[in-house]
Design a binder for this molecule. Sequence first.
Ligand code: GDD
Ligand code: MN
Length: 392
Amino acid sequence: MQTEMPNAERTGVLAPLKKLSVVVPTFNERKNIARLVAAVGDVLGDLPWEMIVVDDDSPDGTYEEVRRLAMGDPRVRCIRRVGRKGLSSAVVEGAMAASAPVIAVMDADFQHDETILRKMYDSLLDEDAELVVATRYSEGGTVGDWNAARAGMSSFATWAGQFLAGHQTSDPMSGFFMLRRSLFDEVVHNLSQEGYKILLDIIASAGRPLRVAEVPYTFRNRLEGESKISPMVIAQYAFLLVEKLSKDMVPARFVLFCLVGGLGLIVHMLALGIWERTGLAFVDAQIAATGVAMLFNFMLNNEFTYRERRLKGSARLKGGVVFGLVCSIGALANLGVAEMALNATDNWVLAGVSGALMGGVFNFAVSDNVVWLRKRRRAKLVEPAVNGAVPA
Ligand code: GDD
Ligand code: MN
């Protein structure tokens, strides 16, 4: 595995070669982190390790605490991310910054039993595995004291995840695992990086059977602070399932976009009903209802479908207008295709569905690129400053 060694003669530093990088995503874990560093150090003993804590600018100042620890212990490093959020993407960022050939991922709240880290590392080598999953579900592992709702939800998620991961592990939802850097590098470009399900994402993205080992453990209760799991995290999991099950053919965002569209249709019919009653001509009522539905769809998509690219202030106003225009063209496309399909098949259901699908795909494809465009960071080439001049 080990290739060229950064040897002491060259660097002049006599440090043992790192064998394991432990990546820990954190959000508001200030009170846990010092104990975690100490506990991990106790377990790993003479195995040279480093810990990379990836903190998303926690309001409780976790990053300050990590920095303080890092001042006194070069094995600890802090990545503070500003303007980005999410467990999975934090893990990816930590793993990319890690330098050892083996990477462990674990939570900071002591729910993951750090005392099995050494055992995980040994099984990776002994069993020549690429991935070691700390499992709550095989013999010897348990989920600890969870209420029925959380246990039920977790079993469903696990069942769906196992299906997706080709039954390669008993605990695809585990946030506690170890893998070879080579595997991480192999899959990193395909990871969706959304939500919590980084392990499942890794297994599903590999697209080939992996050499997996498992180490059972008992999921503990959180030491300090609280869980950050939210309805959004659960929804993101559902989207990951759709995306991976359809082999990336159906983007999760499209499903959400269609759901919003369906709700919009209901709003449209309600609005139409109200306007009809005011004695307005049908065409006028239809136009008014269309406007209401578009506004409704725009707001919902802005709030949920494109949450992380949400438009605010004047950009929202402009986005709403553009969205209205896009949807109007989409409606024309819808009509055109529906009419063609009706002529060809004489089946009004088929015609209606093809029209709606055409409109939906058009609206989605264009909105995705025009209304909620991804923020691209412009790679500005900064000329080196001459004589201390500040580059423009
Ligand atoms: N950087 C970063 N950004 N870290 C985060 C974020 C985030 O947005 N959200 C959560 N974390 C960190 C937490 O600080 C903690 O160290 C770890 O990720 C897990 O978060 P929890 O909020 O404690 O998750 P949980 O206990 O509900 O879920 C755990 O168990 C699940 C299995 O039931 C996680 O390990 C999941 O990955 C696991 O699937
Ligand atoms: Mn937790």
